[in-house]
Design a protein. Structure first.
Length: 367
């Protein structure tokens, strides 16, 4: 397999900058996810690695070789597209072996590779069928199989699960992860779904407006986001944000929001001192907000406040409570035993050891 390096890569369409000064290193055998909202440049970046898009500036290296001027067919990569791109008039066997046939492989070699890939993917019984006779999940497996038979240095996936229903997406996420572990190959996977990114990737590159926001492992992104955008993009439901004034009273620092003040714990004081008399954003994940009647937090770094429940969303193992503090609407993820009702006033508890703070203008993480 191969490592991939992108150095100062840019892509412009006229005066419109799609990808800006993109720098990323993907070691051999790593499963790297490019994630971000629609239009952030992730698919364009993938297509530049594949050679399907020209680079405006910068360099791309695959296995140590600069590939800027190497055509796609000579880069030894295989790409799986969102719409699968299967030939409707060919059988599954013919679709999977077509690229090998074009390269002049013998019928015996093609048969061996196709059958091996089909066995890996559990589609051996489908080899005589045509795409119209397959379900969405089966077509997706065929598209992956067509890539596997080539035994490329790099696999590229462009939102391959977006056309599948929710249950099948969950199943295919696990199967693609197993496939990576079995093949021990270098993979780049593009998605706008942060759940896919968190569950599948060894490393995740979060993008916004063509710019890398943060590159880290899934848990590092979740626990230590670099800025407000990453914090809000990673996690389900998204992180709650609300603006506060940082004030000092009697040598203590408080975060003042509307009708309540949050006294910050001692471990926050040093970092928050430069922000006294300024505004910052507080970020708190729904799972770190508790109904006081149903929590047993055993430390003192907490804050309580009253809020009115607006919507109750029962999900079986947990409940999402949408509530309003009088100034901000927020969401708490609580235990399924909670009995809250709409319009009920509840005393909530914040776990301050899990709170994130961000600069007002830059969005950069303070704590």
């Amino acid at each position: 397999m191969a490592s991939i390096v992108l150095k100062n890569v840019c892509k412009n369409y006229g005066n419109i900058k799609i990808v800006k000064n993109f720098n990323l290193e993907i070691p051999d055998k790593e499963f790297c996810i490019l994630v971000g909202p629609s239009g952030c440049g992730k698919t364009t970046t993938l297509r530049m690695v594949a050679g399907l898009e020209d680079i405006s500036s910068g360099d791309i290296y695959i296995d140590g070789v600069r590939v800027n001027d190497i055509p796609p067919k000579n880069r030894d990569i295989a790409m799986v597209f969102q719409n699968y791109a299967l030939y409707p008039h060919m059988t599954v066997y013919e679709n999977m072996g077509f690229a090998l046939k074009l390269k002049g492989y013998s019928k015996k070699d093609i048969e061996a590779r196709v059958k091996e890939a089909a066995e890996i993917l559990g589609i051996s019984h489908l080899l005589d069928r045509k795409p119209k006779q397959l379900s969405g999940g089966q077509r997706q497996r065929v598209a992956v199989g067509r890539a596997i038979v080539r035994k490329p240095k790099v696999f590229l996936f462009d939102e391959p699960l977006s056309n599948l229903d929710a249950k099948l997406r969950v199943q295919m996420r696990a199967e693609l992860k197993k496939l990576h572990e079995r093949l021990q190959s270098t993979m780049i996977y593009v998605t706008h779904d942060q759940t896919e990114a968190m569950t599948m990737g060894d490393k995740i590159c979060v993008m916004k407006d063509g710019i890398i926001q943060q590159v880290a492992g899934p848990l590092d992104l979740y626990n230590q986001p670099a800025n407000k955008f990453v914090a809000g993009f990673i996690g389900t439901p998204p992180m709650n944000f609300f603006g506060v004034d940082v004030v000092e009273k009697n040598s203590e620092i408080f975060l003042k929001e509307g009708s309540f003040d949050i006294k910050i714990p001692a471990f926050m004081k040093e970092k928050m001192a430069p922000y006294i008399n300024k505004k910052v954003f507080v970020g708190v994940r729904p799972e770190d907000i508790f109904d006081k009647l149903f929590t047993n937090l055993n430390h003192n770094d907490t804050a309580t406040f009253n809020a009115t429940v607006e919507i109750v969303e029962p999900l079986g193992s947990e409940i999402y409570l949408h509530f309003n503090t009088g100034k901000n609407s927020m969401v708490a993820k609580v235990n399924s035993s909670n009995k809250a009702k709409p319009n009920q006033i509840i005393e909530f508890v914040l776990d301050l050891t899990k709170v994130h703070l961000f600069e007002e203008e830059s969005g950069k993480t303070i704590i």
